[in-house]
Design a binder for this molecule. Structure first.
Ligand code: CA
Ligand code: CA
Ligand code: CA
Length: 132
């Protein structure tokens, strides 16, 4: 897909969502994009992973995910954390590890350039049906 198509798809995906949901997604992207270059790299996603892996054992349990999402970062209700956790747990074994992380990154990186742009992020995010 060329970037214009990606842009159009992103615009379509976000247009059916309410504004608060889009700004929420942009806020999430912004938190992950530590060097603020408008792209999420695998390294930046890895840092997000580390923030959730509170005991540092390389696995994020649902409990850890909920605690960080709801209490530490105050991003939303537990039910939303649960749903995101289940979507991210692509290798369905009740914890998130680097294998899941790789697949999540791939799912967002539509053009395969090893970097997730804001458009890619919004397109994928718009296709996730989240509660709230
Ligand atoms: Ca970046
Ligand atoms: Ca898993
Ligand atoms: Ca990309």
């Amino acid at each position: 897909m060329n970037s214009l198509v990606v842009l159009l798809v992103a615009a379509l995906a976000v247009s059916v969502k309410c504004n608060s949901e889009v700004s929420f997604a942009i806020d999430l992207f912004d938190r992950g994009d530590q060097d603020k270059d408008g792209e999420l790299t695998e390294k930046e996603l890895e840092n997000v992973f580390l923030a959730f892996d509170t005991n540092g054992n390389g696995q994020i349990t649902k409990q850890e995910f909920e605690d960080v999402w709801v209490k530490k970062l105050n991003l939303g209700p537990k039910i939303m954390a649960d749903e995101l956790f289940n979507k991210a747990d692509i290798i369905d074994n009740d914890y998130l590890d680097h294998e899941d992380l790789k697949l999540v990154f791939k799912a967002f990186d539509f053009d395969g350039d090893k970097s997730v742009s804001l458009n890619e992020f919004l397109t994928k995010w718009g296709s996730l049906t989240l509660i709230g």
